[in-house]
Design a binder for this molecule. Structure first.
Ligand code: ADP
Ligand code: MG
Length: 210
């Protein structure tokens, strides 16, 4: 999915937190968004994800403005992921259950993603009892499992140990390569963006700077 943003303005309490004239996110690539705290990264992702409709400007997804079909093809993994107070397995299979996929396929896909992210030992745990880093892994698994056309990641490895970061980066790269999905990743880690991003956008005070 290609995304074209134009004249995006967002105001919180009389303060303008986003002011973007033109920004194109390339289809099928991994784009990194980098910028200091408060520069508007999460606000921008929320707007692209269709979760915040209070902004000015236009966003075009491929050729269309947001609609239910586009909304259903994208997902945001937020900085503080919300998980159901149920087992990890239930949380990961949820996006497939609501899409009416048959049980055998669900099981296969869920187990595959659990293997790939190396989170087998979390499978039977209650999701609300997980650590921050474990929750991030589970919410990435839940996002990857239904193969969105647009994957939005807000600092997905901020609470994660170095070994697990390698696993997550490997799986984000693999997902992008295998499904040709568009990925946008907010990260503070410049080495991470060098490792996995095709393009990088710098945000400063809500503006794109080069
Ligand atoms: P980043 O993710 O780059 O750290 P955010 O997008 O979260 O930055 O925030 C951008 C600016 O908007 C900050 O100044 C922040 O304080 C403000 N902001 C974010 N969310 C809200 C909100 N719900 N109400 C008021 N101000 C907000
Ligand atoms: Mg943020």
């Amino acid at each position: 999915m290609k995304i074209s943003l134009s004249n995006i303005k967002k105001i919180y309490n009389e303060k303008q937190v986003l002011d973007i004239d033109l920004l194109e996110i390339e289809k099928g690539k991994i784009t990194g968004i980098i910028g200091p705290n408060g520069s508007g990264k999460s606000t921008l992702l929320n707007i692209i994800a269709g979760l915040d409709e209070k902004y000015l400007g236009t966003i075009i997804y491929d050729q269309e403005v947001i609609n239910r079909e586009i909304y259903n093809k994208m997902t945001l993994v937020s900085q503080k992921p919300y998980l159901f107070r149920r087992k990890v397995y239930y949380n990961i299979e949820y996006p497939l259950r609501v899409r009416n996929i048959n049980k055998a396929d669900i099981k296969k896909k869920v187990n595959e993603i659990i293997d790939r992210l190396e989170i087998n030992e979390l499978k039977e745990k209650k999701a609300h009892l997980l650590s921050g880093g474990e929750s991030q892994k589970v919410s990435l698994a839940r996002a990857l499992v239904f193969e969105p056309k647009l994957l939005l990641l807000d600092e997905p490895t901020s609470n994660i140990d170095p070994e697990s970061i390698k696993v997550l980066e490997r799986e984000i790269l693999r997902f992008n390569k295998e499904t040709k999905a568009t990925v946008i990743i907010v990260t503070h880690n410049l080495e991470q963006s060098d490792r996995i991003c095709d393009n990088i956008i710098y945000l400063e005070n809500g503006r794109v700077s080069l």
